[in-house]
Design a protein around this ligand. Structure first.
Ligand code: ARG
Length: 613
């Protein structure tokens, strides 16, 4: 098993030019669960018109394909109210009977206290898969309850280190953005860069001192901004005269003095070009609206909160007291300056009122959880957001994540520096995947096939993909241990293994010498063998999985699906002969559908699949 060829293709799979929304929903819009839910709602309205409940449809592992679990809950609502139903089972029976006729459902049965087991029709499943092959994977997008979302992610701080925490935020945020975008949500990808604050006084004065000709110099001259930051901090801590100047510098910058604004911009530009290098390598798009962007809005936002009686004075600072917290949320510091919280309140106001986002998602380490909880509460006190219990939009969520640990179980660091430099980390991922690739190719005597460019692109795709997948496959809240050996292994649940699994499917199709583009139009899919059916059912669960990952903001759900899918494919391929069998056409189409869904998973995870068509 090895990568068939070095030709890398971007994962964006768009086989149709018609946007998903405008397409005839030939096999129904939304995930299977969403479609079954619509049938169940209709049945519930007929069965128990007097009560309104949400449909409860779940995947059923044991007795059928899906299950409706409404009967028990309904029973507890109607019993004793003169209902004609004798028990929950009778309600279940009625729900099953009242389901509108549909070509989705093959049969239903009612078990125990009213569980309605639903078996899907093979021909409908087959049709849904074929329809996806013809009209594109976008037709399998789930329907989400919002149209516009802000995802605030990456968000490093100027002149400070962009550390592994920011790498996690970048990877997790980008994946969430991709999942929402796939689900037809308009996503504002926001880089809330820390580009404002008292450290700038010190940085600017240090710049003036070190580089009297600072206006002319390029970013090269200043070199490493982190080193620059450290040196200026050292001076700040040890030279009282410099400290004094730095403090005045902040005031002059905030007062808008031209020279200070220019120097500030210069420092931000240098940082920005460093960040951009990382984003480019990771293939992540972001639009910067840093902290400074929201400065002009802070006074009016605080005035609004004040007029609502939320702001009080405490020990010389302006604060908001929030129920359940010992310390209040400071919104104006004792020296009159604004802070992280005041900026975040202004940014939230802007996102709600100017950008009209319905869902605002913040991706940072769990260490910042309290900050987010507190300012979300403040926003609720101001009436900007509904009570979270109502489960209504607009909504805010903090997407927290755990630490990255080194092999010693402590916070991940490299030998030379206190923190891990992202660029170095990516360099190492690439060079390690390159040397493994070379070794593999040499063993197979294949090296002649590859151009230098193919080799470069492939080692980047495999190396960076491995870093991303290792981060995304765990529940984001758990800490994980960073290990190049593990993430670049071709065994187990790794991106490398999945790359091979996918490439192998492509090579099965290629070696059949059949044109699947033609087959998908003329041939048909049948799911008679149990392993064909299991694979088919799992394929059409794709939309549900994306829906779940978006609803619960958990990218690992997609990783798990991708891995399981590859396992199910292996089982199918082991037990069902593809090439040369009477079912060849149908089975090749199943191979193709698996490859398309796997590629879409890679795309959602920001991983570039490596394969040859
Ligand atoms: N710059 C912050 C940090 O590095 C993260 C900002 C997150 N976004 C926000 N709106 N607070 O910790």
């Amino acid at each position: 098993l090895r990568v068939s060829c070095g030709a890398t293709t971007m994962g964006d799979e768009t086989s149709t030019s018609v946007p998903a929304q405008e397409q005839e929903p030939t096999v129904g819009a939304g995930s299977v669960k969403q479609q079954l839910s619509r049938l169940v709602i209709s049945s519930l309205r007929t069965t128990v018109p007097e009560v309104e409940v949400e449909p409860m449809v779940e995947v059923s592992a044991k007795f059928a394909d899906y299950q409706c679990n409404n009967a028990m809950g309904l029973w507890s609502k109607v019993k004793g109210s003169g209902t004609s139903f004798k028990n929950p089972n009778a309600i279940g029976q009625a729900i099953a009977k009242n389901l509108p006729s549909s070509d989705i459902i093959e049969s239903t049965s009612v078990a125990g206290p009213g569980f309605v087991n639903i078996t899907l029709s093979n021909s409908w499943v087959a049709k849904r898969i074929q329809d996806m092959l013809i009209n594109g994977i976008n037709t399998w997008a789930p329907i989400l309850p919002v149209k516009k979302a802000v995802i605030d992610f990456s968000s490093p701080n100027i002149a400070k280190e962009m550390h592994v925490g920011h790498l996690r935020s970048t990877i997790i945020g980008d994946t969430l953005a991709r999942m929402f975008e796939f689900s037809n949500v308009d996503v504002l990808r926001r880089n809330h860069v820390g580009d404002w604050g008292t450290q700038f006084g010190m940085l600017i004065e240090y710049l003036f001192e070190k580089f009297p000709n600072w206006q002319e110099i390029g970013s090269q001259a200043i070199g490493d901004l982190q080193v620059f930051y450290k040196a200026s901090k050292h001076k700040f801590d040890n030279d009282p005269e410099f400290k004094e100047r730095a403090q005045q510098g902040v005031v002059r910058l905030q007062g808008g003095e031209e020279k200070y604004r220019e120097a500030w911009k210069k420092i931000c530009d240098i940082s920005r070009s460093e960040f951009d290098l990382v984003y480019k390598r990771l293939n992540v798009e972001l639009e910067e609206k840093g902290e400074s962007f929201y400065n002009p809005y802070i006074p009016q936002v605080l005035a609004e909160l004040n007029s609502k009686g939320l702001i009080q004075e405490s020990e010389g600072a302006q604060v908001i007291f929030i129920e359940g917290y010992q310390i209040p949320l400071i919104v104006v510091k004792r020296d009159g300056g604004f802070n992280y919280a005041s900026t975040d309140l202004a940014a939230l106001w802007y996102r709600l009122n100017v950008e009209k986002a319905e869902w605002i998602i913040y991706v940072t380490d769990v260490g910042q959880q309290q900050h987010f909880e507190m300012f979300f509460k403040a926003a609720r006190m101001a009436g900007w957001l509904p009570d979270p219990k109502e489960n209504k939009f607009p909504k805010t969520n903090h997407v927290g994540f755990g630490l990255v640990l080194g092999s010693d179980g402590k916070r991940f660091r490299t030998r030379s520096t206190e923190v891990v430099r992202l660029v170095e980390l990516l360099d190492e991922a690439k060079s390690r995947s390159k040397s493994e690739l070379l070794q593999r190719l040499t063993e197979n005597g294949k090296i002649v096939d590859w151009t230098d460019e193919e080799l470069e692109q492939t080692s980047e795709a495999v190396g960076y993909g491995a870093v991303k997948y290792a981060d995304l496959k765990n529940n984001r809240l758990t800490n994980y241990t960073f290990s190049f050996e593990q993430m670049l292994s071709d065994k187990g649940n790794t991106a490398v293994y999945l790359q091979y699994a996918h490439a192998r499917i492509c090579s099965i199709i290629r070696k059949s010498n059949k044109d699947v583009e033609e087959l998908k139009m003329s041939g048909a899919i049948s799911l008679d063998h149990p392993d064909e059916r299991v694979l088919g059912l799992y394929l059409i669960r794709f939309a549900e999985v994306v829906e779940e990952a978006c609803t619960n903001l958990l990218p690992n759900v997609v990783c798990e699906y991708l891995y399981n899918l590859s396992e199910m494919f292996t089982k199918f391929y082991t037990n069902c002969q593809v090439v040369g069998s009477p079912e060849e056409t149908s089975r090749l189409l199943l191979c193709q559908a698996t490859a398309v869904v796997m590629r879409q998973c890679f795309q959602l995870l920001g991983i570039t699949p490596v394969y040859k068509l």
